[in-house]
Design a protein around this ligand. Structure first.
Ligand code: 13P
Length: 341
């Protein structure tokens, strides 16, 4: 269900510090009420369930209510969107490994998963972060993160939750696309070895990887088609065919590029692939909506239109039907609406 019918996931599980950081960029007050209001805006977007199969929440949000007193989770379920929950407790500096992080959150996880299931969550997410640089990533970092992902995934399946497994190789740096490909392949192979050791059922998980991309400051920036080809080639080498779906993170790409790259993969390779190629974007779906909203009630409807637009673009990208003209049509609507509020 998470990757059926051309739909994908909406990541709206920014931790409080991350959400506050995004709000701060636009001068939006950073408190529990503004975070609640923003999440209400997202889940009440008309028609969101046409393109979004599941939404990933943060602990604060899964407990929050809309202004009218109904739980945000209920609003999602009513819109036929499956509630999910971020369950890691963040990437922390790794001892003995300067510049590298290991994700924490295994202690007490069994009990937390049981509570989230009871609150309506049916899938979970855990993000590991792999940085590229001089001499990194180390084997120690890759192995520690892969082991934690696999232990998390086993606990999720025991609790009846689908684990979304997110090993993110970061875009930051001047590395080439080839280097990103090499590291992504090594990380994914290590993750799947660990999943096998921990007896995780491959049919019952979603992989959430990065696309294979050149570093943000690399002089050579490959074309959309080159990125699509490198990404699919890397995944074919490392991801078993039993996995039902791959839902990419956006990682700081613009919304338009993320859609164009996902679209190119589906146009060129969809008919030959064992798994669905979908999306689980946060920034690449939310960014324009957040900018338009700006913390103001009067902008809610325009922001929801922008959110719905990005969600629909990604639904089209899953089908290989996205094109640049979709962006032009929306730009006119968005400009008109913003000036009229
Ligand atoms: P981005 O799409 O903004 O990378 O976020 C995805 C996510 O869920 C990060 O954990």
């Amino acid at each position: 269900m998470m990757v059926a019918n051309g739909k994908g996931l909406l990541a709206m599980d920014e931790s409080n510090p991350t959400c506050n950081k995004r709000f701060a960029q636009w001068g939006i007050p950073q408190n529990e009420e503004t975070r609640r209001a923003y999440r209400e805006l997202i889940v009440t977007t008309p028609g969101l369930g046409q393109s979004i199969s599941g939404a990933i929440l943060y602990d604060e949000t899964i407990r929050q209510k809309k202004k009218d007193g109904t739980l945000i989770v209920k609003s999602l379920i009513d819109a036929q969107i499956i509630p999910g929950i971020k369950v890691d407790t963040g990437a922390k500096d790794m001892a003995g490994h300067a510049g590298e992080k290991v994700t924490e959150g295994l202690d007490g996880l069994r009990d937390r998963l049981a509570e989230y299931f009871q609150m309506g969550a049916r899938f979970a997410k855990w993000r590991a972060v792999i940085a590229l640089g001089d001499g990194i990533p180390s084997r120690g970092c890759i192995e520690a993160n892969a082991n934690a992902l696999a232990r998390y995934a086993a606990l999720c399946q025991e609790a009846g939750l689908v684990p979304v497994i997110e090993p993110e190789v970061l875009m930051d740096g001047a590395h080439t696309m080839e280097r990103c490909c090499e590291v992504t392949e090594e990380v994914l192979r290590t993750v799947f070895n660990e999943l096998y050791s921990q007896r995780v059922m491959l049919e019952g998980l979603i992989l959430k990887p990065n696309m294979v991309l050149p570093g943000l400051t690399c002089a050579r920036q490959e074309t959309v088609d080159e990125v699509a080809e490198a990404t699919v080639k890397c995944l074919l080498r490392a991801v078993p065919a039993a996995v039902p779906g791959i839902a990419f993170l956006s990682g700081g790409q613009s919304g338009e590029l993320a859609s164009a790259r996902l679209n190119a993969m589906n146009v060129r390779f969809k008919s030959q692939l064992p798994w669905a190629l979908a999306f689980s974007f946060a920034r690449a779906i939310q960014q324009p909506a957040l900018e338009i909203w700006h913390g103001k009630q009067a902008n809610v409807s325009s922001a929801q239109q922008a959110l719905q637009h990005r969600a629909q673009c990604n639904r089209a990208a899953r089908r290989g039907e996205y094109n640049a003209a979709m962006e032009m049509d929306n730009r006119e609507i968005a400009l008109y609406d913003v000036s009229s509020v």
